[in-house]
Design a binder for this molecule. Sequence first.
Ligand code: ACM
Ligand code: ZN
Length: 442
Amino acid sequence: MQNQMFSYRGFMLDSVRHFMKPADVRKLIAAARLCGMNVMHWHLTDDQGWRVEIRKYPRLTEIGSVRGRTFFGGVSGTENNSGYYTREDIREIVSFAAENGMEIIPEIELPGHASALLAAYPEAGCRRESELPDAGPWTYAVEVSGGIFPNLICAGKESTLRFMEDILDEVTELFPSRMVHIGGDEALKLHWRRCPDCQKRMREAGLRSEEELQRDLVLRIGAYLAAKGKETIVWNDVLNGGMLPDYFIVQQWMDGEDKIRRFMENGGRVICSETKAYYFDYPYGRIDVRKIWQYPRIPEWAAGYESRLLGIECPLWTERVTNLERAGFLLFPRLAAAGLKAHPGPLSWEDFRESVRETCRQIRDLGLTCAPEEWWDMPADRAEADIRADEDRIYAPEALPYEQKQHRWTVLDREEGRRIREGETKASVLREGDQTLAEICR
Ligand code: ACM
Ligand code: ZN
């Protein structure tokens, strides 16, 4: 693809952390098209909500789409916390997108980022084995802060597999896309280590770690989707459990470049969502238009395997994006800049900026916000101030108790994994870990 336009030119909309009404989603799709995009990856499920109607499991939206006051740092509040897309909404949006030359790829996240699903159907979660006298079953809620939670769907129960397959049956009926995204990032293994069903699956399938169990689950779901003629996309974290067959597509975002490279060597296809260049929830101080212009079109880890780099995708995570205006400011014109990267020819900074300027005019005509030019090429002092302001928004005092809790179980997960890998017995590691978990969750 060194000398060809990328076939995959995407942006990702997180409709979980803040909900956006269908008319606004359509506006973003129209604007993304002006930026040269041809895919919207739609992040519809996460810890903080479930946004897609599933007829067979109505509690997913009855319970999972409703959230009260939320603590996402400096934007803690009550704006656009609840809502979901009906089947009709989705049909209309998919059809509008198709008329505009855009494909919509739905993401149903598993096994982690599953708190909203589990709040609705706790039986899809793990059983808990613990020696602590007062350790009851895991409890779940639609989460009201950002971050990483230990709540995973159970990878050992056949009933959970059927449940996910039923959901994917309805999702694939609604979305005609060639690909379905099943997530796979940031899945802490605290529950799986303590679950008799997950541990049984590991013994029976000869799996040596919970990372391999995640790969095993992904292979089973991927095979189910393949039988329906769908290709499966996963975040690159899934490669921590071993290599995937080349009918998977890996979305790179952070770390694990060596594994991604090996996946490409084995014929695997990859989408680049490098956080340093294409994460548009990051402030302009970190990623301005000039930085996108400068970023290598073919990242180092893909060198030599250009034909397997499908393209790029720019995620908009919305913890701190409560409405369309803010979404527009963060996406545009950076998405126009990313669209230009999809073309092989190098452009001078002046030509690049002029092209972005022209697209900006068209986007503003749609009634959307675009960041003004002083944000496109920021001097170092302004960039630093913008980064600091963003950090103040993330680490605002109201969200701090949630941050601390999450930090503790993330560290615990890493420590348990390390100690078990280094040869300590699982039982003794988990016994200690249970004490810590009891403290964290007190
Ligand atoms: C991710 O940003 N957690 C994929
Ligand atoms: Zn389990």
